[in-house]
Design a protein around this ligand. Structure first.
Ligand SMILES: Nc1ncnc2c1ncn2[C@@H]1O[C@H](COP(=O)(O)OP(=O)(O)OP(=O)(O)O)[C@@H](O)[C@H]1O
Length: 591
């Protein structure tokens, strides 16, 4: 087996072997049954030889009956312990895989945002589902059989040596040939499996993306393009899978052929030995019986090699996920209340999303004190959201300095930051659960009163009270059964309920009906009058309520001041306001 598995495979096995440690009692029971089944197999051969030579050939029927009963007992014992072995081994494997899956999901929910920027969700999904499935199947079908069969085979070969070493050598002539074939095909099988796992993950990613965007696909009549793309990805997967099937079958057939040759050789050479050297019929029958039994594991081994290769390929993919660094984990992430905030200071902050990308923020400096309201205004892509992402530590790696209460942001634990601020997002994610759940979002310290208060503070109670079931109303499909404005009000209630000092408002640009718009404006006024706010603002009313407006263009702050100051300066901001006043059709200040 050492030649069949590479060093990398062994290190993968060692690395994931630790998941078996907590379930070792099942492994111990399982492994202890191997000596019993191995002894029973040899005992079986010995009994067959005795029955033939001592009772069948001389015609002793009474002794034959006793030995036949003995033989049946040995077979029964073998069956029983084989059962114990499979059950306990699968049990240990199943438990280890559940642990592995749990740990991997635990990691996946802490991957930094930049991980999900670069890796489609579907790929991670496929690692967590089909790769895990494949490890679990391979474990049950592959390693399970391989382990006990290799021990039994070794013991059987030892016994055959003891019976007739010449005949055993004839039998073993074919072994190097089998190993060579296995080594050659192993590489091919592994490559095909790697390709098939990768293409499966890609097609799962596309499937997930198109199911998410199904409404858009249908609205834009893009069904054919989506179908063709999925079909191509699926075809690539199918081809890779076919290739691995071809190698699988080739391996199986070649080993089958080689074992047939070995059987013929043993029969021929064995018969000569019986005639020329006076070996008993019993020994020959034992050899022929064992031949079948001996090559069953070898044939199985050939098959198991592919199952194991599939598992190793899946393990390899999964290990990349395990190696992925996660965000800082702190116990107090869900701590009640907020950390105190006195001042946030950006000094000459520049940032780019990756090494080879251009700076999207250039020398940004501003100060926000407790109680201040700052509005970030600017054209699309000017860097407003990026400032928010840096402040919330969603992205790290900025140049310059960002200080909160005099401490550098990169040195402040993530949990402390998250306790200090709450984000009201444009694209809020809604879970398929009640409105109550979607506001509280698992923060156990929030009481029913906190949730109700938060809803009424942001004027969400008006529409919630009209829904069937009120707070129990179940939100579906990421908010499809709510209007955009209602979704925003829930996002406000979600953010405000945590009592965090700083509210970060990423104002939505989508137009809502005038009644909801009215509630949204009043909610923002309420938030502005009670908290420290930094807002990516699009509504003129929001901007006018701010103490300081930062106008951004291509990653730089080009103007700063309050509404009146900026209007009187007659610059970019004044132009934006003028355009808005001329249009005067809606309240958005976006270009
Ligand atoms: N995850 C990302 N990876 C790489 N580049 C990004 C990423 N997010 C944003 N950018 C780029 O950074 C620049 C600033 O984007 P940002 O989202 O901060 O703009 P914005 O002012 O908030 O725009 P909008 O008003 O449209 O939301 C843009 O050029 C954008 O393409």
């Amino acid at each position: 087996m050492a030649k069949i598995l590479t060093n990398k495979d062994w290190s993968l096995i060692k690395r994931f072997g630790r998941y078996f440690v907590p379930h070792k009692k099942w492994l111990i029971v399982s492994l202890s049954s191997i000596p019993v089944t191995t002894t029973a197999s040899i005992l079986f051969l010995w009994l067959v030889e005795r029955i033939i030579d001592d009772y069948i050939v001389p015609g002793d029927v009474t002794g034959l009956k006793t030995y036949a009963l003995f033989l049946a007992g040995v077979l029964l014992l073998n069956l029983l312990f084989d059962g114990v072995y499979s059950y306990t081994f699968s049990k240990a494997g199943g438990l280890a895989i559940v642990d592995m899956r749990r740990e991997l999901f635990g990691k996946a929910i802490r991957f930094p945002m930049r991980y999900y920027d670069k890796h489609p969700i579907g790929v991670t999904l496929s690692r967590l589902t089909s790769d895990m499935e494949s490890i679990s199947e391979s474990f049950a079908a592959g390693i399970l059989g391989l382990l006990s069969e290799s021990i039994k085979t070794t013991a059987l070969v030892g016994y055959l040596f003891y019976l007739n070493w010449r005949l055993t050598l004839v039998l073993l002539i074919v072994v190097p040939l089998i190993v060579l074939v296995m080594r050659y095909l192993r590489r091919k099988i592994r490559a095909a499996y790697d390709e098939s796992r990768t293409s499966l993950a890609k097609s799962a990613a596309y499937l997930q993306e198109s199911l998410n965007g199904m409404k858009t696909i249908q609205l834009y009549n893009a069904e054919d393009e989506a179908w063709n793309k999925y079909n191509n990805l699926n075809q690539t997967y199918c081809n890779a899978q076919n290739r691995s099937n071809v190698y699988d079958s080739a391996l199986y057939s070649i080993v089958e052929g080689i074992t047939s040759v070995a059987t013929a050789l043993v029969l021929f050479y064995g018969a000569i030995q019986v005639w020329d050297y006076g070996y008993t019929m019993g020994v020959l029958v034992v050899f022929i019986t064992t031949l079948g039994r001996l090559f069953i594991p070898v044939r199985q081994f050939a098959q198991q090699i592919s199952t194991i290769q599939r598992a190793l390929s899946a393990l390899d993919h999964i290990s990349h996920l395990f190696e992925q660094e996660t965000e800082e984990v702190e116990n107090e992430t869900k701590k009640e209340g907020s950390s105190e905030l006195r001042e946030i200071r950006f000094e000459n902050v520049s940032f780019r999303y990756s090494e080879d990308a251009p700076d999207v923020l250039k020398n940004i400096s501003f100060t926000l004190r407790k109680g201040d309201r700052i509005a970030l205004v600017g054209t699309t892509g000017s860097g407003k959201s990026t400032i928010i992402r840096l402040l919330t530590k969603t992205y790290t790696g900025y140049r310059g300095s960002i200080q909160i209460n005099g401490r550098e942001l990169r040195d402040i634990p993530l949990a402390e930051i998250r306790n200090m601020m709450a984000l009201m997002q444009q694209d809020i994610f809604m879970f398929n659960d009640s409105i109550r759940f979607n506001i509280a979002l698992g923060r156990e310290y929030l009481t029913e009163e906190d949730i109700q208060k938060a809803a009424s503070f942001v004027y969400a109670d008006h529409f919630i009270n009209q829904l069937p079931g009120k707070m129990e109303y179940v939100i579906q499909d990421n908010g499809d059964n709510l209007s955009k404005g209602q979704g925003q009000l829930i996002s406000f209630a979600r953010a405000i309920s945590g009592n965090n000092e700083l509210i970060i408002l990423d104002e939505a640009t989508s137009a809502v009906d005038s009644l909801t718009e009215n509630y949204i404006q009043k909610a923002i006024e309420n938030i502005f009058s009670s908290r420290t706010v930094i807002a990516v603002a699009h509504r003129l009313s929001t901007i006018k309520h701010s103490d300081q407006i930062l106008v951004l263009e291509q990653g730089r702050i080009i103007e700063r001041g309050n509404h009146d100051e900026l209007v009187s300066q007659g610059g970019k901001y004044a132009g934006l306001v003028k355009t808005w006043e001329e249009k005067n059709t809606d309240s958005s200040l976006s270009e």
